[in-house]
Design a protein around this ligand. Structure first.
Ligand SMILES: C[S@@+](CC[C@H](N)C(=O)[O-])C[C@H]1O[C@@H](n2cnc3c(N)ncnc32)[C@H](O)[C@@H]1O
Length: 354
């Protein structure tokens, strides 16, 4: 097919398409994105034969904001006989490399999710068939490509593979988390997902550890503060709203009833700044950049609430603003952003000095 299949949150196909188009154009991989509103996926069709694989290696999955998964698509199998789907799939596996494991999955739409039970059941026979045809190793390994079979109906599916070093390791590209029963709000999952997404496992002990100081702007009722507290950090929670009593009782939280845009820490010893204030995205982006410039914090995680109509442009405008401010002030930085599973109309950004 010479195309790339990307998963996204339903309703964000245009943003996902605009982003892959931008990246591909920037690397002179010409093609066009095909989208269907609310389908939860995008196909990027490359013009030049055989380049989809190279594009999927060169475009960094971590640098894509709206894509939940990045797959080299080798076939769109339709009209599968429902009593023998396996033969139809096996007839299309020539271009599949030897893979380490398989995800039989769907897009994240309500209709597609009705197929989830079928996908789970179908995983066993398709896995066996791929092993028999030497397209899947006998034992699961994580450092080989992953086969993706994404069903769009009981008789149709996209078949492809992703690279273990440039994909999401989760089925459907979704990191599923259980809401802790003692957390003050469900938004706690956003910060947990952000930490697990942006901070590599081997660095968490150092960067997400007890004793670090943190500031939470727009903290009430405390879902994000909860994540910092449970990692043993000391938190300045800034919000005119109230904080959950259970958090205040830990002795790790100091509550400042102040404006988050005016709050300044008394010492430059803050590691984490987190910010979930509902405000104009450019205003939040600018504030975050200044915290880094002033040396108030080492790393920040914040949300940018994107306007419905110009989400992609607004995101780029915010990133340009951050870049301009930090460059002007000679601060080197790293920025990653994702439209996380627990995000809705917002994206989550990680900004780090250095
Ligand atoms: C989405 S809620 C935060 C939820 C919180 N992260 C949690 O997990 O429980 C947004 C909060 O930002 C606060 N907020 C909005 N503008 C603010 C400002 N200028 N200064 C401080 N807090 C602000 C609101 O009072 C509100 O409590």
């Amino acid at each position: 097919m010479n195309s790339i299949l990307l998963y996204c949150r339903p309703g964000f196909e245009k943003e996902c398409a605009a982003e892959i188009q931008d990246k591909a154009d920037g690397m002179a991989f010409y093609g066009f994105a095909k989208t269907k509103a609310n389908s939860g996926f995008v196909i990027f069709q490359c013009h030049e034969a055989g380049v989809a694989e190279t594009l999927a290696k060169k475009v960094s999955f971590n640098q894509l904001v709206f894509a939940r998964q990045l797959i080299i698509c080798i076939a769109h199998i339709t009209d599968m006989p429902v009593d023998d789907r396996i033969s139809a799939i096996i007839a299309n596996v020539d271009d599949l490399p030897v893979c380490g494991h398989i995800f039989v999955e769907t897009a994240d739409t309500s209709e597609a999710k009705e197929l989830s039970k079928f996908c789970r059941k179908f995983t066993v026979p398709v896995r066996q068939a791929l092993r028999k045809h030497k397209k899947l190793l006998p034992d699961e390994v994580q450092n080989r490509p992953t086969v993706h079979l994404m069903f769009t109906g009981t008789d149709s599916a996209y078949l492809g593979y992703s690279y273990s070093y440039n994909h999401s390791p989760y089925p459907m590209g979704i990191l599923r988390l259980r809401s802790p029963s003692d957390a003050p709000s469900r938004s706690t999952l956003k910060l947990e997902e952000a930490f697990l997404t942006f901070i590599p496992e081997e660095e968490r002990e150092e960067r997400l550890t007890s004793g670090l100081k943190a500031v939470d702007l727009g903290a009430s009722p405390g879902g994000w503060t909860y994540q910092l507290v449970r990692r043993g950090m000391m938190v300045s929670a800034v919000d005119n709203g109230t904080m959950a009593e259970s958090l205040m009782e830990t002795g790790q939280v100091r509550h400042y009833m102040e404006d988050g845009f005016k709050f300044k820490p008394s010492k430059k010893n803050i590691h984490w700044l987190v910010c979930d204030m509902i405000e104009k995205p450019a205003k939040v982006a600018e504030l975050m950049a200044w915290w880094l410039i002033e040396g108030y914090c080492k790393e920040a995680i914040f949300n940018l609430k994107l306007p419905m109509k110009r989400r992609y442009d607004e995101m780029k405008h915010c990133f340009d603003l951050i870049d301009e401010l930090l460059k002007e002030n000679e601060v080197r930085y790293q920025l990653q952003a994702k439209h996380l599973y627990h995000d809705r109309e917002e994206i989550t950004v990680h900004l780090k000095r250095g």
